[in-house]
Design a binder for this molecule. Structure first.
Ligand code: URA
Length: 195
């Protein structure tokens, strides 16, 4: 089976198991993930927003546009990455996802990672970062690749987590813009085997 068809199967499984029925009932549709199943990097946000809910694709709103800009600044194409969220339905009025919603979706995220087997997992924002690095302090730890192990397909596997600020943070705080752009260079360096 190709990675693409494995992801398709996983998406079907998520829809059938319906781990967050309340969220599904208020959302327009599932926002499972998008991009290249052969990607060396997965970006993980928090949860879909309004535009993502309408289009069924992660990071297509204002934060997504800035993400595209940052990728372009280090010559990475959106077609070269895979992108998803911890929680895969839009929470009502964009409220923060609840701990139990993140918990319910966690095994699906790990299964996506197990299929794609990226070289680096870039988390976007504190909530996504803390899902992998519980003691993360984003202001201190952003841009620093961290080796951890996670259970993929029943085995402990080493992965590199690169915690990044959420692109939306730079839309509210212009000072973070350059910080994020600098941190995207770290993504590029990891992918070019320079770290
Ligand atoms: N913010 C997120 O965390 N995810 C999206 O898909 C869009 C905005």
């Amino acid at each position: 089976m190709t990675k693409q068809s494995e992801l398709q199967e996983l998406k079907k499984e998520l829809e059938e198991n319906d781990p967050t029925p309340a969220l599904r009932s208020t959302a327009t549709q599932l926002v499972f993930g998008d991009g290249n199943p052969e990607a060396q990097v997965i970006f993980i946000g928090e949860a879909p927003g309004k535009n993502e809910d309408i289009q069924g694709i992660p990071f297509v709103g204002a934060a997504g546009k800035f993400l595209d800009e940052m990728l372009a600044s280090v010559h990475i194409n959106r077609d070269d990455i895979y992108i998803t969220n911890i929680v895969k339905y839009r929470p009502p009025n964009n409220r923060d996802p609840l701990p139990e919603e993140k918990e319910a979706m966690w095994s699906y995220l790990l299964a996506q990672i197990a299929i794609i087997r990226p070289k680096v997992i870039a988390t976007l924002g504190r909530h996504s970062g803390q899902a992998f690095l519980p003691n993360l302090r984003i202001s201190q730890d952003h841009g620093q690749p961290t080796d951890i192990s996670i259970v993929l397909d029943g085995h402990e596997e080493p992965v590199i987590i690169l915690p990044l600020y959420h692109p939306a943070a730079a839309l509210y705080n212009g000072g973070l813009r350059q910080t994020l752009l600098d941190d995207f260079q770290v993504v590029k360096d990891i992918l070019s085997n320079e770290i």
